[in-house]
Design a protein around this ligand. Structure first.
Ligand SMILES: NC(=O)c1ccc[n+]([C@@H]2O[C@H](COP(=O)([O-])OP(=O)(O)OC[C@H]3O[C@@H](n4cnc5c(N)ncnc54)[C@H](O)[C@@H]3O)[C@@H](O)[C@H]2O)c1
Length: 341
């Protein structure tokens, strides 16, 4: 029997990633969609099948649904996830998993007490070059990690969201909760923890609003650019830069500086991994197969079917959220902040 999945929130990430990946996974079946804009759910039903639900509660009460995929605005993630887990559904939830660490901990507790899978959609961990780089770093062939530099910058969510204007919820403080640090920074904070197999100890961050304006023409009350210095528990120190104000080519890379060389990830247009060895030799690796989908739905389905811990558990993702909330606190206080979930 396939896992019957209900999708909550029928915007861009559902239409472009989760619905197609659910349809294409032989172990999954789309049970239906709920978006509070019913036209959006109905359009998705026409495209992907399943039924259109008239409320979140109707979907959560449906005994034919085994799991839900939460793709609504950030403010709703924790509440819907806890309701879904309490109704006995497995949960795949988009990032940022919650509005704060306390809510994230309540989600983890709900998953544990209801013995259901809670996975967070940190897709950067599934990029083949990142998986390979993590293995290389763990092997120690390049020696200790000394430093790193991560960047994720594009022109802003108003170019992506189903509502393509400054009316998008991404610019609404109470619905988005976070600006660019919670939207993009969390991807790279999570990736750095994964690549280095290390935790962030403390952060110093500047998060600012320099460009994005809301419908009234005022600067949004959320950061649209942020620069952070991260100190890892293992001793490495590096930077994380994110922006919604990059109007050129999207930037999405990590550089890891090790004792015996440098690993450049996704910086070269052809070779996803470039290794500059200390002796001057340069190794260029391209991944054998192009990545087929994000890998998120496949990993979620595997975890639900096997009853094993998902590749990005709620407990694990909570630590990435804690890095971001520490960064925002640091920016407000203009001082170093310990990451202490
Ligand atoms: N992992 C990634 O790479 C990635 C990329 C983009 C977005 N996301 C995340 O996915 C989530 C959705 O983002 P998006 O880009 O699809 O946004 P979007 O604006 O395109 O769509 C959001 C949809 O959710 C609906 N919605 C909002 N609150 C709802 C609720 N309570 N119940 C039902 N429907 C509701 C809206 O009507 C809208 O159709 C966000 O949390 C975002 O951070 C993740």
């Amino acid at each position: 029997m396939p896992i019957r999945i209900g999708m909550i929130g029928g915007g861009s990430i559902t239409r472009l990633r989760h619905a197609p990946e659910c349809r294409d996974n032989p172990y999954c079946e789309i049970a239906g969609f709920y978006d509070h804009n019913i036209e959006r759910s109905e359009t998705l039903v026409e495209e992907f099948g399943g039924k259109s639900y008239s409320s979140c509660n109707e979907m959560l009460a449906d005994p034919d649904i085994d799991a839900v995929c939460i793709c609504s605005s950030n403010d709703t993630h924790a509440r819907i996830a806890i309701d879904a887990l309490s109704a006995g559904k497995h949960v795949l939830c988009e990032k940022p998993m919650a509005a704060n660490v306390k809510e994230a901990a309540a989600m983890v507790k709900a998953a544990e007490s209801n013995q259901r899978t809670l996975m967070i959609a940190h897709n950067q961990r599934f990029v083949p070059a990142h998986i390979k780089a993590r293995e290389m770093i763990a092997s120690g062939s390049l020696g200790r990690v000394i430093s790193f530099r991560a960047s994720l910058k594009h022109g802003g969510p108003e170019n992506w969201s189903v509502v393509k204007s400054n009316k998008t919820w991404f610019f609404n403080e109470s619905r988005a909760v976070f600006g660019v640090m919670g939207d993009l920074g969390i991807h790279k904070a999570d990736l750095l923890r994964y690549l280095l197999n290390d935790e962030v100890d403390s952060v110093l961050c500047l998060a600012d609003t320099v460009e994005k304006r809301n419908e009234s023409g005022n600067l949004i009350g959320l950061d649209d650019i942020a620069f952070a210095t991260l100190k890892m528990s293992g001793g490495a120190v590096g930077t994380l830069e994110v922006s919604w104000c990059n109007h050129g080519q999207m930037e999405d890379f990590v550089v890891v500086y090790c004792e015996n060389g440098v690993i450049r990830l996704l910086q070269d247009p052809v070779y996803q991994i470039v290794i500059e060895q200390r002796d001057g030799e340069v190794l260029r690796l391209s991944m054998p197969e192009p990545q087929n989908g994000s890998g998120i739905m496949d990993a979620f389905a595997a975890s639900v079917l096997s009853g094993t811990e998902p590749s990005v558990s709620g407990k694990d993702a909570l630590l990435s959220l804690a890095v971001i909330t520490a960064c925002l606190e640091s920016s407000k206080k203009e001082s170093w902040v310990k990451v202490n979930p």
